[in-house]
Unconditional design. Structure first.
Length: 171
């Protein structure tokens, strides 16, 4: 091991010992008092499309493949299982932290700070978080996403007051 590497290891060990003695949080843990509240819904529209496509595939191509080889069964069952997998695993999610919101998007989890939020619109049927700039708004629907809007409402109002985010309530 080179001397520079040894010095870096010793320095990091000393910092780690110091944080353990003082009881402060480490690098990987969150800030003290940063309690996150996570709400999960259930998206059903895209999984329903995949399952209906699987049934459509079986009906339309049943006569086209008289021997019904492995590709026929793999494709039809694959779409059906993909629909079930998306239904059970890809749940819409909104996490409310002290100064940020996190949402599950199709490409992964996205986090925005309070200063990046232009406006929050709450109605009995939907929730919209409009972001500054040309970024897409986050929308959660009671019908499409099966999202518990009545539970989210109080925490979002508190979040908006704490961070001076404009809030618009529709009735």
């Amino acid at each position: 091991m080179s001397r520079k590497w040894e010095r870096m290891v010793i320095k990091n060990q000393q910092q780690l010992k110091k944080t353990r003695k003082t009881g402060t949080s480490g690098v990987l843990s969150g800030k003290p008092g940063d309690q996150a509240i996570t709400y999960k819904g259930r998206s059903w529209l895209f999984p329903l499309f995949l399952i209906c496509f699987s049934i459509f595939y079986f009906i339309v191509f049943w006569d086209a493949y008289p021997e019904r080889d492995g590709v026929f069964w793999f494709t039809g069952i694959g779409y059906f299982l993909l629909g079930l997998l998306v239904y059970w695993l890809r749940r819409p999610m909104l996490t409310i932290r002290r100064q940020s919101l996190t949402s599950r998007r199709f490409a992964g989890d996205k986090t925005v700070e309070a200063k990046e939020i232009e406006q929050i619109v709450i109605s009995p049927a939907f929730l919209t978080i409009q972001l500054k700039g040309k970024r897409m708004a986050w929308q959660y629907s009671k019908f499409q996403h099966r999202f518990p809007l009545h539970e989210v409402r109080e925490h979002l109002i508190e979040f908006a007051k704490r961070n001076q985010v404009p809030l618009k309530e529709l009735n």
